[in-house]
Each structure stands twice: as C-alpha cells, then as structure tokens.
Design a protein around this ligand. Sequence first.
Ligand SMILES: [Zn+2]
Length: 281
Amino acid sequence: MNICSGLGDVNIHLLSAGMAYQDYVDKWRNKNCSLLSKKKRCDFCMKSRKAILQQTARLKNCSTINRIRNISNPVLRRKLSAIQMKVRRERYQKLQAKDRVKHLMTCMKTQEAQIANMQDMTLEKKCAELNVPETQKLALKEIIATASKKNVKGRRYTEEWIMLCMLMNIRSVGYYEFLRKNNILPLPCTRMIRNYFSLINAMCGFDEQFAKLFEKHLASKTPLQRHGVLLLDEINLRKSVAVSTKNLTCVGLTDFGDDGQQSTDNRAGNTRSCANVPAAC
Ligand SMILES: [Zn+2]
C-alpha cells in the first residue's frame, strides 16, 4: 500500500470550491481522498488531477477567456463578482445611451422639418407683406435652400431658377461668373448651364413642339381669351457657328433644307419671330 500523493503540481486556481483541501504538509487532495492506495494516487485524486490538467490544456489553446468558473479564493470571488456587476452595469448604460440617441435623432428630424416649414411660412408671409416681386422671392428661396445644405456639391435647383440662370448666362457670361465666384447668388456652374443649352433644339424651321405647347396653353384659357393677333417680325442675330460634339459637324442656324446646294458659310444673320398677342386678358 502507498500513501496517496494527492493532486500533485496542478494549477490550484482551477479547483472548484469545496472540491479539494490542503493537508498538514500543504498537499492538495480531493475531499474524498482515501490517503492509502495501491497505486501512486487514489482514484478520487487521479480523477481531479486529470480534470484540472485537461482544463489547463484547454486554457493554453484558447487565447481569450470567455467564461470564468467558480473560484475557491473568496477574495478573487469578490473581485470577480464586482467585475461582473461593472460589466453588466456598463452594458445596461450602453443600451440606454443607444436608445436615447435613437430617440433624440427622431426628435431632431421632426424639429428640422418643423423649422424648415416655419422658415418657408415666415418667408412667404414677409414677402407677401412687403410686396416682394416674384423673381426676388425666387432668389431669396434659393439662397435659403442653398445655405441650409451643408454639402456644396450635389445642390438641387428649381426649374424657375435654372431658367433665370440661363437667361443671366445669355446676357453676360462674364458677369454670371462674377456673381457665381463671389457667392453673390447661388448659381450653378457654367458647365451645367451649357448642358441645359445643348438640350435645346436650335435647328432652323418651325418647332413642332411649340404647336403642342401652344395648344396646351390655350386649353386653359376661356374662348374669348383664345382670340388674339399674330405678330411677325424680323430680327438680327449674332453670328455663331459651333461644333457639335455628337457628330463633329458645324452647327449654325442656317438650314436651306432640301432645296439647292448647301451653303459653305453656315451662319445665320437674321430670323423671324412670331408672337401671339391675346385680345382679352
Ligand atoms: Zn488521494
């Protein structure tokens, strides 16, 4: 018979509370240790030792500790429970903060919409009180709309404003650039204006779409208002030839149609304008 050699050299921190005890020579033994055994260790000490060695091997393979088992040391146990409480409290506070951020974001969006509405209403009211002309009102609205956007790129302009910008660009490109570069008015860049110009059909002849638009315009009038006088006039134009980037041909305003040989000088000098003056307003 041998005296049981106990658990041996193992990590005692992995021992469960009440599972083992220390004898008078500071040897750790299983609580059910028989002290005498035929082998080097009794069966209980052998099983405990095997379990602890397996745990140690697992801990070595695992880089992070996900779970902490029962600790026999009361001081460490108190520390662990304090850490657990702290983690739980922080997790709860984090969740609360997330909820609060969500709630505040919703409130902020509602308030933003309300403020934008109020600004529009106040502006409309003020303009009506002071009898501000429509064009100036349009410019004021554009200024406010542009100022409320943080990003300079990707601005959206109203159709009326784009039309006004195109007219300003036609009158003077230099002065348009002066207004734009000095931030006097929120004007779109010249390239955008040119893109809009390129969409206009500048070919000679009668514009077929005009008849449709004119029909639409007259449909909203009373039968009396539909009567009017057609005025025809001839005006001089600035001569202009541009190269079309689509088919690399010269584009002017002269078009002789199918009659005769095409002129080499493709520039127009004059055109005819047509105006409808309604008899009744
Ligand atoms: Zn034993």
